[in-house]
Structure formats: C-alpha cells, structure tokens
Design a protein around this ligand. Structure first.
Ligand code: SF4
Length: 361
C-alpha cells in the first residue's frame, strides 16, 4: 500500500527481525501489518488517502474508495525513557494493536555473512541506523512492559532474539528476560522465539521463567530452498526441528508452540501444506505468512507471493487447523495470536473455507 501521509498513526517500522517495512492498519476491526516501505509497495495500486476533516481515511484503488481504514495511534509509552536514558521505543515496539515486541539481542551469529545469514532478514539494519539498541537488559524490558501495559493496554508480548551461539541458541537470554518481565507484570502473556536449543531442558526453563508459548521458526520447508535462502540456519535439520517441536509441545502444550513459514521463498504450495500437516499432527501451529521483501536485504527485489497463491495455501490450512482444534485465538501469546502479518486466522472458520470478504475484495 502507498501512503499519502506517513505521519498519521503509530510510526511505521523499518528493518529489524521478522517482517518489517510495514505499518499497522486497521480495516473492519482487524489490524494488519501492511508493507509500505518495500519496493513493490511503491508501485501498489492501493493508496491510503490523507485523513478527511472528520478524521476518516479512505483506502482507494484507481481513485475508487474501497473501504475506510484507521491507523492505531502512536503508543504513549514511546514518549518515555528508561532510567539510563534509552527511549522506550528503542527497547520494544508496539506490533499490531496490542502486542509489545522486542528483539532482546539485535545481533546474530549468522548475520552479515552471505554464506550463513538468512537472506530475508534485516536484524542488523535497525541497529546500524540507531533505531534500536543491541542488548535489551532484563531491567529495561521489565520497565517498558510495565509502562506498555499501564498506558497502552498491551495484552501480550513477543520476545525474539538473534542467535548468539550454537548451544542454547538464545534460550538463556530469553529465560532471564522473561523472569524480569513476569516479575514486573504477572498478567502479561509472553511468547519467546529462538532456534531449537541443543538441550530440551531449556523448554522447561523457559516455561518456569514465565514464557507461555514458544516460537521456533522453520521459515522454509524444502531442503534446497532452506539451503539457498538461509544457508546457516539450514544446518539445523528439519528432523532436529521436528524433535524440538515434539519436546516443546510436551512442555507448553498443544497449540502453544508455533513456527513461522514464509510463503513465497520458493517452497511449493504442496510442500508447505505437507509440512503443515506434519506440524499440526505434533500440536504445532504453523503460522504461514507472505514473504515481505525488506529493503536492504539480499531479497529486496524478490516479488512477494501473489494473493491467489496465498489463498490457495491459507484456505486448506485454515480447514486443517480447525479440524485439529488448533486456532490462533487459543494461543496465549505471540505472532500466531496477533496474526497481523498473515490473514491465516480469517480462514479458521467452520464453514467451507471460502475466501473471507476482506480477501475477496
Ligand atoms: S504477527 Fe508477530 S511479527 Fe507480525 S505484527 Fe504480530 S507480533 Fe509482530
């Protein structure tokens, strides 16, 4: 989507871990993260108008109004600073409409070398441009979480991390972060995200620290796509992930372990659905998300997937999830629950899986 005025609503996000270069947009009561700073967005036929006198914002295509939209307001906690002077918005950010998200460690052992880094990832970009700090301390995270709950009503928190080593793979810093946030705000549900740690005992440590749900992200599912797109992370085999998923579900429960799968990196629809079937059988929620070509990454010029490809994936996946009793709304915390980076939850219907109205438009 193109923006006639980027100053309206919460600031858009550039760089960082996970999907980025997007802005939170609310349409028909649902909040999505819509790419606005990517190459394809610059050519999008969809335009968010400047606000009308009454504050409404029209979404147009070819000048024709399609819908009214709104942008979630800039959260109040963004105006505050930590005791050490760091602005809160450099420690954690609002995602969607009610999620506090942070990258606890903004560096990654794999990042920056073509031979190992994930080609879609921009974890170093926001750090290089001074929009975040490298290591968010437990004290800083607790302070921001307390404020974000009190001032902006956030309901769950996502803690992701760059991979610091090849042993615990980030679980240790997530444990100390969760402990601090849980002590500060006992009601805030937490999702932790990391690569599968070497020792499954970390799952119990994470749970005991206050983590409610866990994300371990496959990203791509077929060996050649994994090797091409994420040569370093592909060394952690699919078999290792599947064992880690089984171990994690034993601790966190069915539906409280999830994985990101980026559609549009080269995996076929059939390959993604086959992997999803395996994951669902293990009790894992496969959060299938359209790939976003983030500026400054090696994949910035790769086209995002076509809407028809996403519909052909998400409609049967929604039916599979419903049949298995796994739904986004039952996840305690995290990306699957937020759902702003994919329309998957809209397909989790008991009906015939037809395209939701927003998708059909
Ligand atoms: S789905 Fe995850 S990455 Fe996307 S906005 Fe929600 S919390 Fe952030």
């Amino acid at each position: 989507m193109r923006l006639a005025d980027d100053s309206v609503g919460a600031p858009s996000r550039r760089g960082g871990a996970g999907p980025s270069d997007h802005k939170a947009v609310t349409i028909d009561g649902r909040t999505f993260m819509v790419p606005v700073h990517t190459g394809p967005a610059a050519d999008s036929p969809y335009v968010a108008d400047t606000p009308a006198v009454d504050g409404s914002i029209a979404l147009r295509r070819g000048g024709v109004k399609l819908a009214d939209l709104a942008f979630p307001k800039a959260p109040r906690f963004y105006a505050l600073h930590a005791a050490d002077g760091t602005p809160y918005w450099k420690i954690a950010q609002l995602h969607g409409s009610d999620v506090l998200a942070t990258t606890v460690l903004q560096t990654c052992i794999r990042y920056g070398r073509r031979s190992t880094s994930c080609q879609f990832c921009a974890i170093g970009e926001s750090l290089a441009q001074g929009r975040t700090i490298n290591r968010k301390t437990p004290e800083q995270l607790a302070e921001v979480a307390r404020a974000a709950v009190a001032l902006d009503g956030v309901t769950h928190m996502v803690m992701t991390t760059g991979t610091p080593n090849f042993s615990d793979r980030g679980a240790a810093i997530l444990v100390e972060s969760a402990l601090a946030v849980r002590a500060a705000v006992p009601t805030l549900a937490i999702q932790a995200q990391c690569e599968p740690p070497d020792d499954p005992a970390w799952f119990r440590r994470l749970k005991d620290a206050g983590v409610d749900s866990l994300g371990m992200h496959l990203e791509a599912v077929t060996p050649d796509v994994r090797a091409r797109i994420m040569p370093g992370k592909a060394e952690v085999t699919i078999e290792h992930y599947l064992q880690a998923f089984a171990d994690a579900v034993a601790v966190f429960g069915r539906g409280q372990v999830s994985t990101y799968i980026l559609a549009g990196l080269g995996d076929t629809r059939e390959a993604i659905l086959a992997m999803c079937e395996t994951l669902i059988g293990l009790g894992v929620y496969p959060f299938v998300v359209p790939f976003v070509p983030i500026s400054g990454t090696p994949l910035e010029h790769r086209a995002p997937p076509e809407p028809a490809f996403m519909r052909a994936l998400l409609a049967p996946l929604g039916r599979m999830l419903v049949a298995a009793g796994l739904r986004a709304r039952d996840i305690k915390a995290g990306c699957g629950k937020c759902g702003a980076c994919s329309s998957l939850a809209a397909y989790e219907t008991d009906g015939d899986g037809a395209a939701p109205a927003a998708e059909a438009a």
